[in-house]
Design a protein around this ligand. Structure first.
Ligand SMILES: [Ca+2]
Length: 494
């Protein structure tokens, strides 16, 4: 063999190796929405909501019915997801050092791409490792009434222009259906507001105060939360999700047009859910199922169709991604890969799952049982989710369940230690748990009054010269609603 032939053959072998490499490894499209409840996909049993694109994913792949987030706030949920480590192991942002998802994907030979909501709400330091990374401006994304359009347009441009030599890992961190929720009328008009059912666990007021009733999102609605008000929130929330679904559908169609759909594993999830009227709450400051759980669908080559009741944490996605692409699972991750479930080799990969919110709630689930602890008021809830999926019947004070409560509290403490969580589950001076709608309103008014006092001090002027704060959360929400009503009236007049 002459040298030229040898070089030519070597080049051929290399080329073959690289094309085999590219075709063997699936692309990964990771769609991650913001504040989307697990029960907001039509194909999974919500008769009201319209989500054809997500339905197609749910029918194509594996649906996880019990996926939990790790801290129902944007930043903790995303930082734990991308670092694979509990939020108690770092201050606000997980370190840029390994391990993290983009570096593992880069090293596995993937072209990594990210479009994500405002960095402060995400894994700011880790995002730097994406080869193509850009943030969405939160408010821009909400301005046009087309949820998800901007990142989907960007991703389509990227997919059309790229060489297919390497597989891709595309992460789209949408900033919807997070408020402010102002979907275009074309999405709102798909629903009759009066026909939207209230959640089975709708309440006008949360039955007790555990220190979370005036946290940001709760201020989006006044107290008590009447049926009409809650229906309006749900209507706008569903409109956002339907709009988002429309643009996700465009992206899925583009993958098909480019011949990439069959070789792309699509992972759909959200950073956490939202109350939107359940349990008398509007926001995400809680550990109930509507908020602590998140939708999770994995669909694509090699993934069987089906539903899994296995307990899953968003912490489990990093090791799962690694195993999907044949990368080593880094040492020291707090989650566990769910690939054995996807491969049909296991029914479950964990016995229990932990959830938390700030310093006001901790929860643990084992099988069908879930315990929620409110340390500021020394209160415990216990639910049997098999009989009571809506979490309405607290069994914690039942004598029959005393042993279970004791063992689950001990498990919760062990999980706290394992995950580096130092919060004490008991307060020496617990706060009173009874509260009325008027008292909550007064407390919010006082928060704004304190803000006014601080502003006067900072400006060095007497308090009476400092104007009252009118730009409150609920006033902004009311202004937005008035704007949307006016838009609707204008459209009707045309
Ligand atoms: Ca969020």
């Amino acid at each position: 063999m002459n040298p030229t032939t040898r070089i030519w053959m070597a080049a051929c072998l290399l080329l073959t190796a690289s094309s085999v490499h590219a075709t063997e490894k699936p692309n990964i499209l990771f769609l991650f929405t913001d504040d989307q409840r697990p029960d907001t996909i039509h194909a999974l049993g919500n008769e009201t909501i319209i989500t054809p694109a997500l339905d197609s994913l749910a029918r194509r792949g594996m649906v996880f019915n019990n996926a939990y987030n790790m801290g129902s706030i944007c930043a903790p949920s995303r930082n734990s997801l991308f670092s694979g480590r509990s939020q108690f192991r770092y201050h606000r942002y997980a370190s840029e050092k390994k391990p993290n998802i983009p570096q593992s994907m880069n090293e596995a030979g993937y072209e990594t791409y990210m479009r994500c909501k405002d960095g402060r709400a995400g894994a700011l330091l880790i995002h730097e490792h994406f080869q193509h990374g850009k943030y969405l401006q939160h408010h821009m994304a909400h301005k046009n009434g087309q949820p998800g359009k901007i990142p989907v347009d960007d991703a389509i441009e990227f997919l059309e222009a790229r060489s297919t030599e390497k597989p891709f890992f595309v992460y789209l961190g949408f900033s919807e259906p997070h408020d402010p929720r102002n979907p275009a009328d074309e999405y709102l008009d798909m629903y009759d507001r009066d026909e939207i059912p209230l959640p089975r666990n709708y309440m006008p007021l949360h039955p007790f105060d555990a220190g979370m009733l005036t946290i940001r999102d709760e201020q989006l609605e006044l107290w008590p939360r009447t049926e009409d008000k809650v229906r309006r929130h749900i209507h706008e929330y569903y409109g956002m999700i339907t709009g988002l679904d429309h643009h996700i559908g465009r992206l899925l169609q583009k993958l098909k047009d480019l011949g990439q759909y069959d070789n792309t594993i699509i992972v759909f999830s959200s950073d956490h859910g939202l109350a939107v009227g359940s349990h008398g709450l509007i926001g995400k400051a809680n550990c109930y199922a509507h908020t602590a759980k998140t939708p999770l669908i994995i669909a694509g080559p090699g993934i069987p169709k089906g539903r899994s009741d296995a307990l899953v944490s968003l912490l489990d996605l990093f090791p799962t991604f690694c195993e999907m692409v044949g990368a080593p699972v880094p040492e020291g991750l707090d989650g566990v890969s769910i690939k054995p479930i996807l491969d049909g080799k296991a029914k479950k990969v964990r016995e229990h799952v932990f959830a938390c919110y700030g310093d006001v709630q901790r929860a643990v689930r084992v099988g069908d049982w879930k315990l929620v602890r409110f340390p500021k008021i020394n209160k415990t809830l216990l639910f049997n989710l098999k009989d009571d999926p809506d979490e309405l019947d607290n069994l914690a004070d039942s004598k029959d369940q005393a042993k279970r409560v004791e063992s689950m509290m001990a498990l919760l403490e062990r999980e706290q230690r394992r995950l580096g969580d130092k919060l004490s589950l008991t307060s020496e001076n617990p706060l009173p748990e009874e509260i009325t709608a008027e008292q909550i309103q007064k407390r919010v008014d006082q928060l704004y009054e304190n803000k006014r006092i601080r502003a006067a001090k900072a400006a060095g002027i007497p308090l009476e010269e400092q104007p009252p704060i009118t730009n409150t959360m609920y006033q902004r929400e009311l202004d937005k609603q008035a704007y949307m009503d006016a838009r609707k009236e204008k459209a009707r007049g045309k």
